[in-house]
Design a protein around this ligand. Structure first.
Ligand code: SF4
Ligand code: SF4
Length: 375
C-alpha cells in the first residue's frame, strides 16, 4: 500500500515523497529554545497552539503516518527582462502563483487517490497552514536534511521545493532520514548579508531578509536596511550559493511556478508607481499579496535607496506623498541615502507638510545624513 500511495503521489508531480511516523517532532526542544531566544520576531503564531504543534495526534487523534510531499518550484530562467532600471529581486518561490492553493488542491487529489487505494483512509492536508512542524516530518520522511541555512536539502535535487503533508490514519512503512551532507561547508553562513544564520542550523528571523520583507509589518530596522540590497520580497542568497543546488537543481515543470512577466527582475520604479488597484491586479493569486501594497512599496523604497541614483529621485519624491506613512518613511530614508541637492529639496518640502511622527523623524534623519555628507 505504501508503494502504491507513493506512486500515486509521483504521478501527481510530487517529488521527493516520503513517509514519517506521526510521532512527536524530534526537534521539539530545539524549536522551543529557538522561540525562547525571540528568533521568531513578530511571528507570534509560531508560539501559539504549542500543545498541538508538539504532537499531530492532538489534531488528528487517529494519526499513524505523515505523508510528506515536495514540489519543485525553481522557475525556468533568470533572464533579465524589460521594464525600468534599476531592478529588484524576488525570491524564486514567489515569482509565480501562490503555492498554498496549488499544492493543497494537488494533495486533496492525492488523498482521493489514497482513498481509492484504501477506502478506510482518512487524512488531513497541510501546506504551511496549521500548527505542524513540517520540516521535521519531512526530514524524518527522508525528503532531505536540514542544511545549515535551515532549509531542507535533498541530495539529488537541492532545496528549491515546497513541502506539504497529509496526516493519515494508515500505518505505512516509514522512510529513513538522509544523513547531513553539509560537512565543513559554510557558504550560506558566509554569504548571508545580514548575518541572520547566527550559527549553523539556527536562523534569527529578525535579521533575515525574508522575514524583514514579508512578515515584518512595520518599519525595517534602520541598521539592516542597507544589507537588504535590492530584495523586495524574500531572499534566496543562502540557497543560491549552496553547492547542492549548483550540482543538482533542475527547473520545475509546473507552469504555475514559472515567473509571471516582469517578476524575474522587476523594475523598481515601475513597482513604486503601483496604486492599490494595480497592485491587486498584478499580484492576484501571488504570494506577494501577503506583503500588501504598503509592505512591498516599503521594500521597493529601501531597494531604491540601495541600488538607485539621482534618476530615481523623482519617483521617490512622489512616494513622499504616498497615502501610507510607512512608504513615506522609507522613501525618506532612500532619499537620504542617495543624497544630492534635489533629494534635499524634496525632503525639505515634504517635511513642511508631513504629519506622521515617524515619517517626520525619518525625513529629519535623511536631511541630517545629506548635510553631513555635504560637509
Ligand atoms: S534568506 Fe537571505 S537573509 Fe535569510 S538567512 Fe538566507 S541569505 Fe540570510
Ligand atoms: S551552503 Fe553549504 S553549509 Fe549551507 S546548506 Fe548548503 S551545503 Fe550546507
Amino acid at each position: 500500500m505504501t508503494d502504491q500511495i507513493k506512486a500515486a503521489a509521483r504521478r501527481l508531480g510530487f517529488n521527493p515523497v516520503g513517509i514519517a511516523s506521526a510521532d512527536p517532532p524530534q526537534h521539539w526542544a530545539f524549536y522551543q529554545k529557538w522561540l525562547g531566544m525571540g528568533y521568531a520576531g513578530e511571528m507570534g503564531y509560531l508560539g501559539r497552539n504549542l500543545d498541538r504543534r508538539s504532537d499531530v495526534r492532538q489534531i488528528v487523534p487517529n494519526a499513524k503516518s505523515v505523508l510528506c510531499a515536495g514540489l519543485n518550484y525553481l522557475p525556468d530562467s533568470d533572464a533579465s527582462e524589460n521594464g525600468s532600471h534599476p531592478k529588484g529581486q524576488i525570491a524564486r518561490y514567489a515569482r509565480g502563483d501562490d503555492y498554498h492553493a496549488v499544492m493543497e488542491d494537488r494533495l486533496f487529489e492525492l488523498l482521493a487517490e489514497i482513498q481509492r487505494i484504501e477506502p478506510s483512509a482518512e487524512g488531513r492536508v497541510y501546506v504551511d497552514t496549521g500548527p505542524v512542524l513540517e520540516r521535521d516530518f519531512a526530514a524524518r520522511a527522508g525528503l532531505g536534511w536540514f542544511g545549515k541555512h535551515t532549509c531542507l536539502i535533498d541530495k539529488g535535487r537541492g532545496s528549491w521545493f515546497f513541502l506539504g503533508e497529509i496526516i493519515l490514519n494508515l500505518e505505512l512503512e516509514c522512510d529513513q532520514p538522509q544523513p547531513d551532507h553539509c560537512g565543513t561547508c559554510t557558504q550560506c553562513l558566509d554569504a548571508c548579508p545580514t548575518d541572520a544564520i547566527v550559527e549553523p542550523y539556527r536562523v534569527d528571523s529578525r535579521r533575515c531578509i525574508s522575514y524583514l520583507t514579508i512578515e515584518l509589518k512595520g518599519a525595517v530596522p534602520r541598521a539592516l536596511r542597507s544589507d537588504v540590497g535590492n530584495w523586495v520580497f524574500g531572499c534566496d542568497i543562502c540557497q543560491e550559493v549552496c553547492p547542492w543546488n549548483h550540482k543538482h537543481a533542475e527547473p520545475t515543470s509546473e507552469d504555475a511556478f514559472q515567473a509571471r512577466p516582469g517578476l524575474n527582475a522587476p523594475g523598481l520604479v515601475d513597482l513604486l508607481h503601483m496604486d492599490q488597484a494595480a497592485f491587486s491586479k498584478r499580484f492576484k493569486n501571488s504570494p506577494i499579496k501577503r506583503a500588501k501594497r504598503r509592505g512591498l512599496l516599503r521594500n521597493v523604497a529601501i531597494a531604491l535607496g540601495n541600488v538607485g541614483g539621482q534618476s530615481e529621485v523623482p519617483a521617490l519624491s512622489d512616494a513622499l506623498k504616498d497615502d501610507e506613512p510607512l512608504v513615506r518613511q522609507h522613501a525618506a530614508w532612500a532619499l537620504g541615502k542617495i543624497g544630492g541637492d534635489q533629494a534635499q529639496q524634496v525632503l525639505d518640502e515634504a517635511l513642511h507638510c508631513e504629519r506622521d511622527a515617524e515619517a517626520i523623524k525619518e525625513m529629519r534623519l535623511a536631511l541630517e545624513a545629506i548635510n553631513q555628507r555635504g560637509k
